[in-house]
Ligand binder design. Structure first.
Ligand SMILES: Nc1ncnc2c1ncn2[C@@H]1O[C@H](COP(=O)(O)OS(=O)(=O)O)[C@@H](OP(=O)(O)O)[C@H]1O
Ligand SMILES: Nc1ncnc2c1ncn2[C@@H]1O[C@H](COP(=O)(O)OP(=O)(O)O)[C@@H](O)[C@H]1O
Length: 200
């Protein structure tokens, strides 16, 4: 716990000043889903689309973070919790500086997602990338499901580590039934009104 620490919250420029400069509202779009469900695909498409419309974005992907800020973490429940905590804190910093922050991390349990929401606050927007395990396993983009089935990877989400379906996401996209383009358009309907600048 932080002791003898004196934050300077009251003397740093406000989020609304940053948002006024950027002419956009910061938001954290937190994508939740199994490996291979389509988080990264939709996250990249969303970032490209927002960027082409003139928005400043950041994309925090689980795999990428795990090569840097989270490179000392594995896949135990404790390490996944710390992984999400750091990603949520980083996202909060970005969004409170006006940046539209897209996070794609499995975020497997209700408890982990509640923590992310608690850290981020009002700017947290949960998007469930819903795809049945069988379809994700069939896709097996990285060959990880095959390895997990052979016992070469332990604690693999959906195989021998839990994935709890989000109960109340802000948006749910079904990537087994709808195309990536349809999913993106549905997501934009929800996101654009939230990030479009309006002086309040
Ligand atoms: N055991 C195990 N379980 C799940 N995933 C694994 C595992 N080992 C490695 N990988 C790779 O790590 C990516 C998931 O990392 P995340 O940081 O998103 O996971 S978590 O939110 O902390 O659960 C995940 O990326 P995605 O496939 O994009 O989800 C995998 O590439
Ligand atoms: N509707 C869809 N939305 C997103 N991805 C889809 C869709 N249909 C098929 N896919 C494919 O599923 C795979 C999802 O992989 P990826 O985006 O890396 O998932 P994740 O980041 O959740 O592990 C990609 O190969 C993608 O082309």
């Amino acid at each position: 716990m932080a002791e003898n620490i004196h934050p300077i919250f009251d003397s740093i420029l406000s989020t609304s000043k940053k948002e006024g400069l950027l002419k956009q509202h910061g938001l954290v779009i937190w994508m939740v889903g199994l490996s291979g469900s389509g988080k990264s695909t939709i996250a990249r498409a969303l970032e490209n689309r927002l960027h082409s419309e003139g928005y400043l974005t950041a994309l925090l992907d689980g795999d990428n973070l795990r090569t840097g800020i989270n490179n000392n973490l594995g896949f135990s429940e404790e390490d996944r919790t710390e992984n999400i905590r750091r990603a949520a804190e980083a996202s909060k910093l970005l969004a409170n500086n006006g940046v539209i922050t897209i996070c794609s991390l499995i975020s497997p349990t209700a408890q982990i997602r509640a923590m992310a929401k608690e850290i981020i606050g009002d700017k947290y927007c949960e998007v469930f990338i819903n795809c049945p395990l069988e379809v994700c396993e069939q896709r097996d983009v990285k060959g990880l499901y095959a390895k997990a089935r052979r016992g070469e990877i332990k604690s693999f989400t959906g195989i021998d580590s839990p994935f709890e379906h989000p109960g109340n996401p802000n948006v749910e996209l079904n990537t087994a039934e709808n195309s990536a383009e349809e999913n993106l358009n549905e997501l934009l309907k929800y996101i654009l009104p939230k990030v479009k600048y309006s002086k309040s």
